[in-house]
Write a protein of this length. Structure first.
Length: 402
């Protein structure tokens, strides 16, 4: 039985797969299995997986009909035999010492769950929030404390969290296959309260591929109304799980406060008509899980009462989004830090539109090539080289001995 199982969901990633799996094959820690879940790919991903199977006995391929990322991860969990289960997206990379560091962290802490850091890939596409959230400090939590979710750099992104397989089996915890967006956020909100001991470590063990500015992912995320509606779906599932498990009664204020920051700070920046269409859904969600007395009291909260009033009025009352956000930051962090946070928020909002135009590499500037474009070319060449090397390795193993 291997010490570590690395679960890699695979769907139509033929040009990324060889390089991603190569990063797992070259780990300094050899006591592992690599579970690649082919989620009904329609491109050549299955052919690449066949090559990988032929050259490395640690690789296990699971074929299944297309069901989405959560379905693929769940299939990988069911197939895993390792003591520790971790995840890697099929376009990301593991640092060479990742599995060794993960296994050491579990051995040192005796934790059910270990969450580690990551680096944006390429690094120049990182921005303040992403760099911050991918940089946890070193701390071990005994049982659950709200600060693990609401103060630490501990979520989202399931690919930077590993679990003991016995813990996953005993808790029955799996990814929600009915949630189309934000399954990682829900997973962590369900995971941490159930964990008897959780360790955060600062080591950056994953290279997280950040999508190119102007890509489809950025186009979707740049629609704030769509993003907020998707966040509402996430919050509803979290509220329901915490209510069912009894966590909501114990941490009512903490979860409510988080929902204000997670959704309402963005909601108040929507154009008036859009806000008036979305705010009623947030107000209804609060009414389902919090009684009127609690909500009345929340309106009197100096930190976020103005935001609660806006939502309970279903967005009909006008509000200055930036001023309201600054007020929230000021009462939460102080006026000096509030100005910094507002500036970071503005920069992060515009990052996807500006990064390509703003950055030029010295070697490419004369040709008018952006750093984005140069990196894309180099990355494509590296991925193609990895696939060619895999094909040659497979061919050499099949060649008859002379």
């Amino acid at each position: 039985m291997p010490r570590v199982s690395v679960v890699i969901p695979v769907y139509n990633v033929e040009s990324y797969l060889a390089l991603s799996v190569e990063s797992v094959r070259r780990q300094t820690f050899d006591d592992l299995e690599i579970i690649c879940v082919n989620d009904g790919s329609t491109d050549a991903s299955r052919e690449v997986l066949a090559l990988l199977e032929s050259v490395d006995g640690r690789i296990v391929v699971v074929d299944k009909p297309n069901g989405g990322l959560s379905s693929a991860r769940n299939a990988g969990i069911e197939r895993a035999t390792g003591d520790i289960v971790c995840f890697l997206d099929s376009d990301d990379l593991l640092e060479e010492n990742a599995c060794e560091a993960i296994a050491e962290a579990f051995a040192r802490t005796g934790a059910d769950v270990v969450t580690y850091g990551a680096t944006p890939y390429p690094e120049f596409r990182g921005y303040w929030w992403l760099n911050h959230i991918l940089s946890p400090r070193r701390i071990t939590y005994e049982g659950f404390q709200p600060s693990l979710l609401f103060e630490e750099s501990s979520h989202p992104f399931a690919w930077r969290t590993a679990c003991m397989r016995t813990f996953l089996q005993a808790s029955g915890l799996r990814f929600d296959e009915t949630l189309a967006f934000g399954e990682d956020q829900l997973f962590h909100f369900s995971l941490y309260p159930r964990s008897a001991r959780t360790a955060l470590i600062p080591e950056k063990l994953v290279k997280y591929r950040v999508s190119r500015a102007g890509s489809l992912m950025f186009s979707n995320l740049d629609d704030p109304t769509l993003r907020i509606r998707r966040h509402l779906d996430i919050v509803e599932r979290i509220f329901a799980d915490w209510q069912e498990q009894g966590y909501l009664a114990s941490y009512t204020e903490e979860l409510f406060s988080w929902s204000v920051e997670f959704i309402v700070l963005d909601l108040i920046t929507l154009p008036g008509e859009d806000a008036a269409r979305v705010a009623p859904s947030m107000a209804e969600l609060w009414r389902r899980f919090f009684d009127e007395a609690f909500l009345d009291n929340a309106e009197r909260n100096r930190r976020y009462g103005h935001l609660v009033r806006f939502v309970r009025a279903e967005g009909r009352d006008g509000i200055d989004g930036r001023r309201a956000r600054f007020r929230y930051y000021a009462f939460t962090y102080g006026y000096l830090d509030a100005a910094k946070r507002l500036g970071r928020w503005v920069r992060d909002r515009t990052w996807g539109r500006l990064v390509s135009a703003a950055r030029r590499s010295p070697s490419a500037a004369e040709e008018g090539v952006s750093l984005d474009e140069q990196w894309e070319r180099e990355d494509e060449a590296e991925r193609e080289a990895s696939l060619r090397a895999l094909q040659c390795e497979a061919a050499s193993l099949q060649a008859p001995l002379s």
